[in-house]
Design a protein around this ligand. Sequence first.
Ligand code: PLP
Length: 463
Amino acid sequence: MACNIKALSLNHQILSGATAERKMGTASAANVHVVPETVSKTLPALTTLTIKAPQPERLLIKTVDRKEINNGKFGRFGGKYVPETLMSCLGKLEAEFNLVLHDSEFQEELTTALRDYVGRETPLYFAQRLTDHYKNSRGEGPEIYLKREDLSHGGAHKINNAIAQAMIAKRMGRKTIVAATGAGQHGVATAAACAKLSLECTIFMGATDMEKQASNVLLMKLLGAQVESVEGTFKEASSQAIREWVGNLETSYYLTGTVVGPHPCPSMVREFQSVIGKETRRQAMEKWGGKPDVLVACIGSGSNALGLFHEFINDEDVKLIGVEAAGFGLDSGKHSATLARGDVGVYHGAMSYLLQDEEGQILGPHSIGVGLEYPGVGPEVSFLKETGRAEFHSATDQEAIDAYRRLCKLEGIFPALEASHALAFLEKLCPTLANGTKVVVNISGRGDKDSDIVFQYKPHSMT
Ligand SMILES: Cc1ncc(COP(=O)(O)O)c(C=O)c1O
């Protein structure tokens, strides 16, 4: 099937799924196409994969993953709610993704890039003073470890996925990368990967986000990217990037920065981020000879959380905790707490929890952590909620600001405001945990981009 299609009608269809779909179980809405099984049937049989042993952090898929990678569904979530004309392109991408997972040349190149360019592995740091902070009057409390994704090249976990997908784009012969960014971290990561691989790069970013994260805009430009301002925030920037991609399917590649979008995007991003959890398991074994007891990560759409959690999904004794942005408070209407306050619907090509009104119109999210401002979550995150495998909580703007300041003062580390939401939840979590419980918090990014916001923050101001 040809990919050079008329952009406008497709744009409407892929972007407006939520308005057409409304609530769960109504998948036959007029402008939404449910994925046919045929695409997965044409793919290589994943069960025949042979996986060579030695390199522990290679992106190897486990037996349990194969079915899900094949059909892109996580229970009732996920799928490909896109026009038929996009199916061919997504099918090609899925086939390429499945190939690179067991292509030794790609794996070597990626392993080298993760080590020498991204700076992996990132440390699993024992936060002694933060641990002391949570000790009770008897001197007991959990031990807090920080997974230092903030030390990755570009300052966040985003580069793990960006470099891998840029390599896929190059293999597919694409010349131009389009991407959307909220906090600018995915934009910086994508721009860096494109510079390294000699790809043209256009980053779409909401006008207000460009003001809030101005330092990242400068970095993207220095890295050679064209930065396009879009009226609105990350949600509008994402829609615009998809429109741009749909208009140039033969030559451009939409490099999604998180675990949303139609299959194979969520599985692909999660797979490339799962290096975080794989390293954590090995580092925990080295440090204390066991697994972590509790993993905590912030939830924007879920890529840093799934990156940490996925390795431990089958370890039922490891507790998984995601922390959403409660903004001004869950009842304020100004938050990004999709799992706490959302309903199921279709948006940007997949079924998942979404922030939507009674009529299914997407609601504008808010968080002091710009990277958490998205009105949905990845389908796999919705699945973890529905199955109860992970639990989800939220932290307000104020709590995140306090957590940012606390980590600066106690550990000399400035966390991204996004990651500060995960840190904020420790205030509630730690008093409930037994002495010596091993807690790993994912520090998904560094917070120098947020220092102005933290300095100028006034409680309940509309920052
Ligand atoms: C540092 C950082 N952490 C977390 C997030 C949230 O994204 P995700 O939930 O996909 O990890 C972002 C998004 O921009 C980010 O920049």
